[in-house]
Ligand binder design. Structure first.
Ligand SMILES: Nc1ncnc2c1ncn2[C@@H]1O[C@H](COP(=O)(O)OP(=O)(O)O)[C@@H](O)[C@H]1O
Ligand SMILES: [Mg+2]
Length: 243
């Protein structure tokens, strides 16, 4: 479960709110798609949910834990796939996964089994002994996904996870999101591409200029407006790239 209440953030030296009074609740068992054009405030929101940035105001709860009051407690249930797939270049893939798994306190037998399972799924088994610096962008992305999952996070957060992923891996990732949510976990991911959101989400939220402009199930959004999600998205964000 993720709860945001009246969360705002303005970057230093900026006069506009990157995130503006955002209130949102995402339940366990749900895949939530956070949709918005570039610069809308998706990554800023995600960085606050994952504890990388501190909100100027408002509160955030992860699985019932207030992240400001108990940051380690909140972060321990989160698995995060950042948009830049920033992984340690100087390690081997397997070393990175072992390091992350150990940090989260995963028992070694479980960790080994999880790594094998996910590496096989994403066709990464053969390259795990290699240095991360030799990996392609897509391979780093897949490593980042595996690293986020080894501790079976109750809350899985992904920032633009499907950008630049090959079709096979994108398919596997979408299947995994479904599976993870069906096990009673929360999945939250951002995208500026409608097609992806439309296919995998239970609910979507549309953000523009830091404000949440629509939140609902896909069925309701479509039924209310009698238009496709695509035209709704284009109407809401018709002023271009969000700023
Ligand atoms: N580190 C930063 N410093 C200053 N402004 C930033 C920074 N990161 C993002 N912004 C601004 O905050 C707004 C929201 O950005 P962001 O959250 O990255 O949007 P999105 O992920 O939806 O593309 C944009 O106007 C962006 O220019
Ligand atoms: Mg972003």
């Amino acid at each position: 479960m993720i709860k945001l209440y009246d969360v705002s953030k303005t970057y230093a030296k900026s006069s506009v709110k990157a995130v503006d009074s955002l209130t949102l609740e995402i339940k366990a068992g749900e895949i939530f798609g956070f949709l918005g054009p570039n610069g809308a405030g998706k990554s800023t929101t995600i960085k606050m949910i994952t504890g990388i940035l501190t909100p100027d105001s408002g509160t955030i709860q992860i699985d019932g834990v207030n992240i400001a009051e108990n940051p380690i407690g909140a972060k321990s249930v989160i698995g995060f796939v950042p948009d830049d797939h920033d992984v340690y270049e100087t390690l081997k893939g397997i070393e990175y996964l072992n390091f992350i798994g150990t940090m989260y306190g995963v028992k070694s037998a479980t960790l080994k089994q999880k790594i094998e399972e996910y590496a096989s799924l994403f066709d990464m088994t053969d390259v795990l002994p290699n240095m991360i610096s030799s990996y392609s962008h897509g391979m780093k992305q897949k490593l980042s996904v595996i690293a986020a999952l080894v501790h079976e996070p109750k809350v899985w957060i992904l920032d633009e996870p499907l950008t630049g992923l090959d079709p096979q891996s994108a398919y596997q990732l979408k299947q995994l999101m479904r599976k993870h949510a069906d096990m009673g976990n929360t999945v939250f991911f951002s995208s500026h591409v409608i097609d992806v959101v439309e296919k995998v989400c239970d609910r979507i939220g549309i953000i523009n200029h830091g404000k949440l402009v629509a939140v609902d199930t896909l069925e309701n959004i479509r039924a209310d407006d009698k238009v496709s999600l695509e035209s709704l998205f284009l109407t809401i964000t018709s002023d271009g790239e969000g700023k």
